[in-house]
Design a protein. Structure first.
Length: 63
């Protein structure tokens, strides 16, 4: 159809990034995220998820 744009594909917002093994920061963020979800603090839980996904680790630690 003329004038229609292609569909947008967004990532699943419920996908949880894997914490790096042995990382104390990631382990604490996973704990905080679980607690926030129990309290239905969805915004806080989402922030924890983003922080886990963006927390820097060497590539070898992510595998």
């Amino acid at each position: 159809m003329p004038g229609m744009s292609r569909p947008v594909h967004l990532p699943d917002p419920h996908t949880n990034p894997e914490p790096a093994p042995g990382c104390d920061v990631c382990r604490e963020l996973v704990k905080q995220r679980a607690e926030a979800r129990k309290r239905r603090e969805h915004g806080r839980a989402a922030l924890c998820t983003v922080e886990i996904g963006q927390h820097p680790h060497p590539q070898a630690a992510r595998k």
